[in-house]
Design a protein around this ligand. Structure first.
Ligand SMILES: Cc1cc2nc3c(=O)[nH]c(=O)nc-3n(C[C@H](O)[C@H](O)[C@H](O)COP(=O)(O)OP(=O)(O)OC[C@H]3O[C@@H](n4cnc5c(N)ncnc54)[C@H](O)[C@@H]3O)c2cc1C
Length: 324
């Protein structure tokens, strides 16, 4: 995928010059790249011998600075082209994740986790709001349960609970603080009246079959366990005995983000505003032609992203920048 940023070619050139580069004849620090212009060379050829010597010396200094920067870029050095201008997204990425909420960072993490060779896939996560003021993730209660009616949901949730119980095996980062999700497994309690008690029983069977530790309680058992609950009208209750409760969503989001970045995911701050296309189909890894179709989603923001995708294929993405 080719990424295009609003700032355009001039900004891209600044990737090489790291800010306002020194003018002709000025000395160079070791800090950054510089660009030799045609003007520099012309000046060199059209001036007196003494001045020409000075200009040649200056050009040599610049060349040695470029050489040093290139040397720094070799494996083993801490230099990274992405750090040259942190305000620009990279020119190219294999996968761009739009939105750095829990889903975005989890997807980015798993993509890197599953890559066969380190660095095989270049993943970018673009988040428009670094404060996450409107993000569902941080507004959520952070509740987790297995009391669903569909086996798929129950299995997904069981897997998530297992992941969270062993969070540091998955998201721990060497030499960093361990993740403390504050996972409180106090269980969910569902209450049913006479009319829906049979549905609760059905769900209970599905849940147990899928491996969830759930128990059914009579109204008197509910009263005994939770004396403060008014059980009037309650015919049946179901209570999660394990893997249900709540955790801190911000901690989980931060842990996914931290781990994904440690695996090489590139975080970008900016709003994705659209896609540009040049074809209606792409070739996948096996060489098969894939026709791109509209993505359907219930989330409003995903709907708007999907509507951009409705036309042809992914070719370029544009956004207001800030990358790092
Ligand atoms: C009040 C509330 C309580 C909830 N309680 C629970 C619960 O107890 N348990 C549970 O499992 N789930 C709960 N949920 C649901 C859960 O929070 C969401 O399903 C989950 O957080 C969705 O994550 P997300 O990453 O898809 O979305 P978000 O967290 O909303 O992240 C989307 C991100 O995308 C960014 N973005 C959007 N458009 C662009 C763009 N064009 N360019 C760049 N960035 C963009 C946004 O800024 C945002 O940060 C709750 C939700 C709410 C609102």
């Amino acid at each position: 995928m080719i990424l295009r940023v609003h700032a355009g070619a001039r900004a891209a050139a600044r990737v090489l010059s790291r800010g306002p580069g020194p003018g002709p004849g000025q000395g160079l620090g070791r800090k950054g790249w510089t660009v030799l212009t045609v003007g520099d060379l012309c000046r060199c050829l059209c001036t007196s011998a003494v001045l020409r010597k000075d200009i040649i010396k200056d050009l040599e200094e610049r060349l040695s600075s470029i050489k040093q920067t290139a040397l720094d870029a070799l494996p083993g050095s801490s230099w990274s082209p992405l750090q040259i201008n942190p305000n620009l997204p990279p020119e190219r990425a294999d996968i761009v994740v739009v939105g750095g909420g829990i889903v975005g960072w989890s997807v980015a993490y798993w993509l890197k986790q599953k890559e066969r060779v380190r660095g095989e896939v270049r993943v970018l996560v673009v988040e428009k709001d670094p404060t996450y003021s409107q993000a569902s993730t941080v507004l959520s209660a952070g509740g987790i349960r297995q009391q669903f009616s569909l086996a798929e949901n129950i299995l997904l949730s069981l897997h998530s609970a297992d992941f969270m119980r062993n969070i540091n095996d998955h998201l721990g980062v060497l030499n960093e603080e361990p993740v403390d999700l504050q996972f409180n497994q106090s269980g969910y309690l569902f209450l049913a009246n006479e009319d829906v008690a049979h549905i609760m029983e059905e769900n209970y069977k599905t849940q147990r079959y899928a491996g969830a530790k759930v128990s059914l309680l009579s109204p008197s058992q509910v009263k005994e366990k939770f004396p403060w609950i008014n059980t009037e009208g309650v015919a049946l209750a179901s209570y999660g005995l394990e893997n249900e409760g709540w955790f801190d969503p911000w901690t989980l989001l931060s842990a996914f983000r931290r781990k994904a970045i440690s695996l090489g995911v590139i975080p970008c701050s900016g709003e994705v505003t659209g896609f540009q296309y040049n074809t209606s189909s792409l070739t996948n890894q096996d060489g098969d032609l894939v026709t791109l179709r509209r993505i359907r989603s219930v989330k409003w923001f995903a709907v708007s992203v999907a509507s951009w995708l409705a036309v042809d294929s992914l070719r370029a993405v544009s956004w207001g920048s800030h990358c790092g």
